[in-house]
Design a protein around this ligand. Structure first.
Ligand code: AMP
Length: 612
């Protein structure tokens, strides 16, 4: 029989793909048009199936599923409010505490409570909801950059260490859970999830071997790569830095077709073996490009068909935009989605817009969303604030998805299928527009977070406590700290925390450098587990630095803030600075700098879980 012409087969698969894309876009149209109905249905569904759970019964919902009763009866909560329930589940209580479906695992959020990662309960079916959100991304992208099905994506994706709660449930980050799920591992062939990294390289627990093998596979398939990325900008830049350090070994492997003996994971070796073939010409090309003194545009040079860089650069990640622009020669930086351990929220429907104009359309089927109006302090001043319970009046101010006002800022509050009810996520969003009846939000900030390099989020209170612990080292020298501030220095990779210290010296004994190094170390030891994991395991954060500034520096800082319009009566030293002229002012008065001499302690799991 004559073979069917290949062209016809291609046309048919193109048609199927076009049809699938159309359906996904149609779904977005429908749920955003009927946003309010969908939200009502979602709440009804969540409350109906959970009518008998202890938490809802305790608050007296009595099986009601209407919004009015729900809002009247149920409190708006933070993690700390539901921590007793979370702890019971973590310790093995299998009764229906928050959710009628069995809790399948805990997702460990990068938000912390008491220095430990927050534990977000989740249920099996949430994986499908997350997969659904992922499935919307490429049909949206295809409208702006067609033909992405004709090549591959080079994404640097990693799993992180996981632990088990005392009750035996896995506790791990949401992406680790997703990459290990059958939804990801056994995904049917789809041109849009065709990555240069074989699953085995993504699932390798050793971060060095994982990065090395993913980079090697990306280089071997360099002509097929149409888009590159990682989850966060910091992760993608780390991959480029890895290449800068390891290109000679990588080029050697490509030249000889043999994998570096440091890669010992058997399944990784097997998977890479399928891709790696001796290719002296490609090895010459990689060496030629990497040897050049300038690495400007290295992405487009090594992966010449790349159309965009897919990384989150909204929120604190915006600090990496200039570096990404440099390495990619100004390719579009595309932020596709907004998600968290609690729930996946929404997608960016204009993916090619500038990073500063990104807005996310919340998908109304993901959860029931409410919005608490926020009135932020603006300007240079800030104060230490603890999240406080909402007053009766504030509880009544929460509005529904379709009722938010253009330009107004809100804190996001979710009710999820997995058992969070009116839970404050901690993100501040601003309404930037509407898609049909569904609002589109720009991400403004995470409440209270002052420092962040990678996944870490350090708030003012944590920083304050860490500094308080450190200054005890100064006591024997009759010295104290008169003022301090901080900033996240990302000019080198990995970035690191910098603290500016102004001292009050009363004693005559000079303070040896080792004392300040001890101060750096004590701060690191006092910071939360996500920070310490970044330092120890992921190596995504560099050693903390203390810069001692001349006396009088903080007075100058105040003068400067007042010249910019801060009120002299209300002026408080900002505990974190981001504005370049202020950082310059502080840097110009540095007399000595010290770095943390070693990594702080970190082990997977929670402190109270002992040997986990
Ligand atoms: P985690 O719970 O560790 O997964 O972190 C989720 C948090 O990361 C969110 O609540 C946001 O603060 C932040 N985040 C997630 N996606 C984005 C995004 N697209 N832009 C800015 N921040 C984001």
């Amino acid at each position: 029989m004559p073979e069917a012409p290949k062209i016809a087969v291609l046309q048919e698969s193109d048609q199927i793909l076009a049809e699938k894309n159309k359906n996904k876009l149609q779904f977005i149209e429908e749920v955003t048009t009927n946003a309010d109905d969908v939200q009502r249905r979602v709440l009804e569904e969540i409350l109906t199936r959970n009518a008998d759970v202890e938490y809802l019964k305790r608050h007296g919902l009595q099986g009601r599923t209407d919004r009015e009763t729900f809002k009247h009866v149920m409190p708006v909560v933070t993690y700390e409010d539901i921590q007793p329930e979370i702890n019971r589940i973590a310790n093995g209580d299998k009764s229906q505490i928050l959710c009628s479906n069995p809790i399948s695992e805990f997702l460990t959020s990068s938000g912390t409570s008491g220095g430990e990662r927050k534990l977000m309960p989740t249920i099996e079916e949430e994986l499908d909801r997350r997969s659904l959100l992922y499935s919307l991304l490429m049909p949206v992208m295809n409208q702006f950059v067609p033909g992405l099905d004709k090549g591959k994506g080079m994404y640097f994706l990693f799993i992180k260490s996981e632990s088990k709660t005392p009750g035996g449930l896995p506790a791990r980050p949401v992406l680790t859970s997703y990459y290990k799920s059958s939804q990801f591992k056994n995904r049917p062939y789809d041109p849009y999830t065709n990555y240069t990294s074989p699953n085995q390289t993504i699932l390798c627990p050793d971060s060095y071997q994982s990065m090395y093998s993913q980079m090697l596979c990306g280089l071997c398939q360099h002509k097929e790569v149409l888009r590159v990325g990682a989850v966060f900008a910091s992760g993608f830049i780390r991959a480029i830095k890895f290449l800068e350090k390891h290109w000679p070994e990588l080029a050697h492997d490509i030249r000889t077709g043999t994998l570096n003996s440091e890669i010992t994971d058997v399944s990784v070796r097997e998977a890479v073996g399928e891709i790696l073939k001796p290719d002296p010409r490609l090895a010459d090309f990689v060496e030629w490009e990497c040897r050049k003194t300038s690495w400007q545009g290295i992405i487009t040079r090594l992966w010449p068909n790349t159309k965009y860089v897919d990384v989150i650069v909204t929120g604190t990640m915006s600090q990496y935009i200039p570096t990404l622009d440099y390495y990619s020669n100004g390719l579009p930086l595309v932020c596709t989605m907004y998600a968290s351990s609690e729930c996946y929220f929404g997608v960016n429907l204009r993916p090619l817009c500038k990073p500063s104009e990104v807005s996310y359309t919340l998908i109304p089927t993901m959860a029931y969303f409410e919005f608490l109006p926020v009135h932020r302090n603006s300007g240079v001043t800030s104060s230490i604030s603890l999240p406080k319970a909402l007053t009766e009046k504030e509880q009544q101010e929460l509005v529904d998805l379709v009722d938010v006002k253009l330009g107004q800022e809100y804190e996001l509050v979710v009710t999820t299928y997995a058992g969070l009810y009116r839970y404050r996520v901690g993100d501040v969003l601003r309404v930037a527009g509407f898609k049909n009846n569904a609002p589109q939000f720009s991400f403004i900030c995470r409440k209270n977070v002052v420092l962040s390099i990678d996944a870490d989020k350090t708030d003012e209170v944590e920083l304050q406590n860490a500094v308080k612990n450190a200054v005890t080292h100064l006591v024997p020298f009759d010295a104290s700290l008169s003022e301090y501030t901080s900033y996240a220095d990302t000019s080198s990779i990995p970035g690191h925390y910098v603290l500016f210290w102004e001292l009050c010296l009363n004693g005559n004994t000079p303070i040896p450098p080792s004392v300040f190094e001890d101060c750096c170390f004590t701060i690191e030891e006092s910071l939360n587990s996500v920070y310490r994991q970044g330092r120890v395991s992921d190596k995504s954060i560099g050693p903390l630095e203390i810069k001692i500034v001349e006396s009088g520096t903080f007075d100058k800082l105040m003068d400067y803030a007042i010249s910019l319009g801060a009120s002299i009566n209300q002026y408080k030293t900002p505990r974190c600075v981001k504005f370049a002229p202020i950082i310059e002012l502080l840097n110009s008065r540095v007399v000595k700098t010290y770095f943390s001499p070693k990594c702080p302690k970190w082990v997977p799991g929670h402190k109270q879980w002992g040997s986990n």
